[in-house]
Design a protein around this ligand. Sequence first.
Ligand SMILES: [Cu+2]
Length: 113
Amino acid sequence: MRALPLLAVAALAGAGCGSSETSEVFETNSVKMVRGNEFDPRAISVKAGSTVTWTNEDGVPHNAVAKDGDGPKSELFGKGKTYSWKAATPGTIEYVCTIHPGMDGTIEVGPGG
Ligand SMILES: [Cu+2]
């Protein structure tokens, strides 16, 4: 599956929060955990009812845990392992890796299709 950047969505999000920071939102259900303690891509857009899968491609363990409310909540897992979570409800979810400050990401859950 190709990951297409949703530039319009990113532009709207930037205008909404007053931030001048530009970030791309990718339409994909796959997130990699990569060297440097980063989620790649950092911001994704998925459909409600679909499953998001994180794959750790880094040499150290990571997790993916929603800041609050519904969202991913994985254990720490190491290289080559994956974690899957079903995006049931439309909305925006912010999540982090709890042991690496600054390692964060967002999931925009749109209407199912
Ligand atoms: Cu981490």
